[in-house]
Write a protein that binds this ligand. Structure first.
Ligand code: MG
Length: 362
């Protein structure tokens, strides 16, 4: 009765609510790949994955041509077995972003099915540590915004009761980065957590130089200072600064996180459930980080990650970037600066089926 009887995938473009820029790119639309799995007992699980603008059709093609045909007849309860079968069937293109994103769409659908079958919410079935997790805001910190807007955004977040804000860095001159961060710090006072994100734009030498200039500002973390494959550079930087180095949104396997943690190159882990291949490997990374006494602050996808960060004891923060408002019927619940995980069975994302259908492009 729990066998998979049908599997579908489709691509939906979700518009952004505001222009989002960083040191290397602009986020202009979210390509959202949905997977729906039907089972013999009459349930349907919905999973999803995403890109911030390119490659969505490659993910969809891999799903339709290679992955979904393998699912019919498999037991939807054996998530590890299904995940492993799909992963090894795509061995020639793994580890890689397209494959991990495709796996995530299937894996999240399987977890949605599990919760719908048992009546459990994701935050409970994935571990059940606590219901609510602190939220920090990224939406007011984009790189193109003038300093006055950064300051106003940080003040607004503080007044809403949030404990932290993230500001993009990587302006051509160090002085400009320092001027922007200093203006925010002077306005909000010493207690608000200020995270900064360079989106992999620097060399190790430049990151060491900028981090030294940022030291007096009391930053909470320095995110993606270097290209994600430069683990040695991250080791060098981490040893040279007191600011925790945060990485993970551009890593695509558990083993890549192991290398960072083993070498002391990550002070914060930002594993992304879509880019790592789903909830199944996400939890492995979170538990691995716990063994290293490192906190997890997942990248983006707040609607899903609130439940995962709530599931594990080392979930420290959820990132506020509202991107699913146009295609969901209820918004993320926020109370006293904390994001509250849904108690609904499954992933707990209240999709608006008509709004999703309206945006279907493939
Ligand atoms: Mg980032």
């Amino acid at each position: 009765m729990t066998a998979i009887t049908a599997a579908r995938a489709y691509l939906v473009d979700i518009e952004v609510e505001t222009v989002r820029t960083d040191a290397v790119q602009a986020f202009l639309k979210q390509e959202t790949v949905f997977v729906e799995l039907d089972t013999a007992d009459g349930l349907t699980g919905t999973g999803y994955s995403y890109t911030i603008g390119t490659g969505g059709r490659a993910v969809l093609s891999l799903l339709r041509e290679a992955l979904l045909p393998r699912l019919t007849g498999q037991d939807s309860r054996t998530i590890e077995a299904v995940w492993s079968d799909l992963f090894w069937s795509t061995h020639a293109t793994a580890v890689g972003a397209i494959t991990s994103l495709a796996l995530a769409a299937v894996d999240t659908a399987l977890w949605d099915l599990r919760g719908r079958r048992t009546g459990e919410a994701l935050w409970q079935m994935a571990g059940g540590f606590r219901r609510a997790v602190p939220l920090y805001d990224t939406e007011g910190g984009w790189l193109h915004l003038p300093t006055s807007d950064l300051v106003a955004g940080a003040v607004a977040s503080q007044e809403r009761g949030l404990r932290g804000v993230k500001l993009k860095i990587g302006k051509p001159s160090l002085a400009e980065d320092v001027e922007r961060l200093t203006a925010v710090r002077e306005k909000v006072g010493p207690d608000l957590h200020i995270m900064v994100d360079a989106n992999q734009s620097m060399t190790a030498a430049e990151a060491v130089r900028r981090a030294a200039a940022f030291e007096p500002l009391g930053l909470y973390w320095l995110e993606e200072p270097l290209p994600a494959d430069d683990v040695s550079g991250h080791v060098h930087l981490a040893r040279s600064t007191s600011i925790p180095v945060a990485v993970g949104e551009s890593l695509y396997s558990v083993g890549q996180f192991r290398d960072y943690l083993h070498r002391g190159a990550a002070g914060i882990v930002q594993v992304d459930a879509a880019r790592i291949g789903g909830i199944t490997p996400w939890l492995k990374v979170a538990h691995l980080a716990e063994a290293y006494n490192v906190s997890v602050c997942p990248h983006f996808l707040m609607e899903l990650h609130v439940s995962l960060a709530a599931a594990v004891p080392n979930g420290l923060y959820v990132e506020h970037i509202p991107q699913l408002r146009a295609v969901t019927r209820t918004e993320l619940e926020v109370a006293d600066g904390m994001a509250v995980a849904s108690d609904s069975p499954g992933l707990g994302i209240d999709w608006d089926a008509d709004a999703v259908d309206d945006r279907r492009v493939a």
